[in-house]
Ligand binder design. Structure first.
Ligand SMILES: [Zn+2]
Length: 332
């Protein structure tokens, strides 16, 4: 990892001297109505030397948990005590966020930024937005987390995707206590973690929250859990003084998405629990028709645990229902 030491750090229009915090934006073009688009950024430049930890949130616009986590974590990070730098991008896809949609509704060709990242400078609008962000991040970030949630369609409990390199697993474990569902579904393209991997750096994708956890108390809880993890990562890498926690147990596995085999009303089985080991074949949920007749059941496809369930009980054939971690074993 590189070390930032006594240098001014500039990202987009935000310039912070050592021991300072600066806000600004990464310019990303204008729209037809004259609206200037920029990606908001917060640079916390520590007074002491250390690595640069980059936090990305809301690459999907229906995932407000990451922005909340950034604003809560920022209150806990004193730049005078920080070694290295923390760069926060609380809203990577501002037009999608403004519409509360997964992607930017003005761009139907490259709607999902987390499938086209790092984009291209001469591509569709979302490609260009991704490229502007990538150009700002690629030489600055040493380690990166991208915060996601279940968005409009689901709730996801604490889950992480890594590329299985030791440094990637180390960063995942640094998310702290309770983050033991660590899976190795690694796509070589399309996401910030993939782009950073290609550049020889370390990024991970983390998931917590979603539509069925947006009541006031639950939304706050999700934001606080994620903020704790941001600070825990600073502890782990010696960027802040404090005792890091780690997940125990810590599982290795791969995800499988379970889709609805029938239409109707989705009813999770009473007593089933997120992030709790179950046996292959155990029932997770039942789909009933409007009269209450059972139309189909969802069962665990392997020994493992589910970490995501759909938010809306109304379900149509082929709809996404459950994210399952097919557990292969424990991590060291
Ligand atoms: Zn997402």
């Amino acid at each position: 990892m590189s070390t930032i030491d006594g240098e001014t750090l500039t990202v987009g229009t935000a310039t912070a001297a050592p021991g300072e915090v600066a806000r600004g934006g990464i310019p990303a073009g204008d729209l037809a109505g004259g609206v200037k688009v920029e990606i908001p950024v917060v640079v916390i430049n520590g007074a002491g030397p250390g690595p640069t930890f980059w936090v990305n949130a809301a690459i999907h616009g229906d995932e407000p948990e990451g922005p909340l986590a950034c604003m809560l974590a920022q209150k806990e990070i004193d730049p005078a005590a920080l070694k290295g730098a923390v760069v926060m991008v609380p809203c990577l896809n501002p037009l999608a966020f403004s519409a509360a949609e997964r992607g930017n509704p003005l761009d139907t060709f490259t709607y999902d930024m987390n499938r086209v990242y790092p984009g291209k400078p001469n591509g569709y609008f979302t490609d260009r937005l991704a490229d502007a962000h990538w150009q700002a991040m690629k030489d600055v970030a040493d380690i990166e987390i991208s915060i996601h949630s279940g968005g409009a369609h689901s709730f996801l409990d604490k889950a992480i995707f890594v590329d299985e390199r030791p440094e990637s697993v180390e960063l995942a474990k640094a998310m702290g206590e309770g983050w033991g569902c660590i899976m190795s579904n690694f796509s070589k393209t399309g996401s910030p973690m993939a782009a950073l991997n290609g550049a020889g750096k370390t990024g991970i994708t983390v998931e917590l929250g979603g539509r069925s956890a947006t009541s006031p108390e639950r939304f706050r809880w999700v934001g606080e859990e994620l903020a704790k993890s941001i600070v825990n990562i600073c502890y782990h890498y010696g960027m802040l003084d404090g005792q890091a926690t780690y997940p125990d147990p810590c599982y290795k596995g791969v995800q499988e998405a379970l889709l609805a085999p029938a239409s109707g009303i989705f009813l999770p089985e009473p007593g089933v629990q997120f992030l709790t080991m179950m046996n292959k074949g155990d029932r997770i949920a039942t789909i009933v028709n409007i009269f209450g007749d059972e139309m189909a059941a969802l069962h665990a496809p392997a020994d493992g645990m589910f970490f995501g369930l759909r938010a809306l009980p109304n379900v149509n054939l082929g709809d996404w229902c459950c994210f399952f971690n097919k557990v292969e074993g424990l991590r060291d």
